[in-house]
Write a protein that binds this ligand. Structure first.
Ligand code: 5AD
Ligand code: SF4
Length: 428
């Protein structure tokens, strides 16, 4: 059958969609890029915020009309929302034919043949599942993800992830090495290692810094990145390995969430602001020019105006290169959903706008601060703006555009930054 996967949410879902594509292709199905050609439409969903869930339900409602003109068309839901809601999803949206949880993708080929098959198994969680022997099917041939671990043990009080993705488990170090080696030999020179909390990777005595050291030796690999790090687990050893390994890029994504100790405690983050500031100092001392990006949240239950302002002050002190700013969304079953003092929606919205505004200003200053510098751009594609421009990324995870054509794609270009917006370096 011809299938298409529409992916929502984080990079783990992007990587999982590549895994699912590979499983389906191995069973004889074929991927298409135009939904009009698809006989199976799969939504890979996110449950982190309510908004993401509502968007997918809206998309499914929009696409189910296809089934009346062609009853053979099947619609499936996979990913975190499938895991969280299970069969309830089919009650809410009868246009859905099958629902498969995050640990059961190997059953998808049977389920496509018969949506009723293994209906129960399809939602089982499997605490050992790491999808061994599945080489992801990657659309992007230049940059991509290699999953190193699945699940999360942290139970931040607002977060649904540990409930839907289960406990942490690491992939065997040799599987990761072989995948990174063969993918980079095939042209994937910029690899991002993925896990909900990569710093707690461990397999047979190998910890995350050991894994970075090992992968750093792959000749065809040019750039190595990783997401996401948890501030409580970012070790001095990891910082020195980042500094010492030439392939490991000068960038870290280190979610702060809030710049207030009391809030961080209620969020169950296991660190305080001082610890976080200490990490930033160490990172900047060890890795000159390192870009630091983060996740921040406003409107966590009981957040006062003063606490929110503490977060703004910390943002000003650190000056992140970029921050993903989120409005707290209550998630059924998490600890924070039962906290009193939920912050009114209009307050959450106002704080979010103020936060985004501050970060935009800092990001613009950071990007403009690059003007005049020479950067190495790994060119990934044509620029969206013009056919005689190409775009790619710097080592410190900034998008850069420069003049050039197809011959530049897939290679490294040295370029001088001549201008910048709050998201793009314009180079020459
Ligand atoms: N509401 C809003 N944002 C959330 N995140 C996780 N859970 C929630 C929630 N309930 C954010 C955190 C996390 C990022 C991936 O999503 O900032 O780091
Ligand atoms: Fe969620 Fe916290 Fe785990 Fe990240 S570390 S996935 S925010 S519980």
């Amino acid at each position: 059958m011809r299938f298409i996967i529409e992916t929502y949410g984080c990079q783990m879902n992007v990587a999982d969609s590549e895994l699912v594509s590979s499983i389906l292709i191995s069973a004889g199905h074929s991927p298409v890029t135009d939904i009009d050609d698809a006989q199976v439409i799969i939504f890979n969903t996110c449950s982190v915020r309510d908004h993401a869930e509502q968007r997918v339900l809206g998309r499914i409602a929009n696409e189910k009309h296809r089934k009346s003109s062609n009853p053979e068309i099947k619609i499936g839901v996979i990913g975190c929302m499938a895991q969280r809601m299970g069969k309830r999803l089919i009650e809410i949206e009868p246009g859905i034919d099958f629902v498969v949880g995050v640990d059961q993708y190997q059953h998808l080929p049977h389920i496509l043949e018969d949506a009723e098959s293994c209906a129960e198994d399809a939602l089982q969680m499997d605490k050992t599942q790491v999808y061994p022997n599945v080489m992801p099917f990657r659309q992007d041939k230049n940059c991509g993800f290699v999953t190193v671990m699945r699940g999360c043990n942290n139970f931040c009080s607002y977060c649904i992830v540990p409930y839907v993705r289960g406990r942490e488990r690491s992939r065997p170090v040799n599987d990761i090495y072989e995948e990174a080696k063969s993918a980079s030999e095939a042209g994937l020179h910029d690899i991002t290692l993925l896990g909900q909390n990569v710093n707690s990777y461990q397999f047979d005595g190998y910890r995350f810094p050991d894994l970075l050291r090992k992968l750093n030796n792959i000749e065809s690999l040019w750039r190595l990145r990783f997401v996401t790090s948890h501030p409580k687990d970012l070790s001095d050893e990891l910082i020195s390995v980042m500094a010492e390994c030439s392939k490991v890029c000068e960038h870290i994504h280190l979610p702060l969430q809030a710049g207030d100790d009391q809030l961080l405690k209620k969020m169950n983050r296991s660190y305080g602001v001082d610890h976080y500031l200490g990490l930033i100092d160490k990172l900047r001392a060890a890795i000159p020019g390192i870009a630091i990006t983060t996740d921040l949240m406003v409107g966590f239950p009981s957040e006062t105006e003063a606490q929110f302002e503490n977060t703004l002050r910390v943002m000003e002190a650190i000056r992140f290169d970029y921050a993903f700013c989120f409005k707290y969304s209550e998630r059924e079953g998490t600890a924070a959903a039962s906290y009193e003092d939920q912050v009114p929606e209009e307050v959450r919205l106002r704080r979010l706008q103020a936060m985004i505004c501050l970060q935009r200003k800092i990001t613009l200053e950071k990007f403009r601060g690059q003007i005049g510098k020479t950067v190495a751009v790994y060119v990934e594609n044509f620029s969206r703006r013009s056919d005689d421009m190409v775009s790619g990324k710097t080592r410190d995870f900034k998008i850069a555009v420069l003049s050039g054509g197809a011959d530049k794609i897939g290679g490294l270009s040295k370029a001088k930054v001549i201008d910048a917006t709050a998201g793009t370096l314009i180079c020459e």
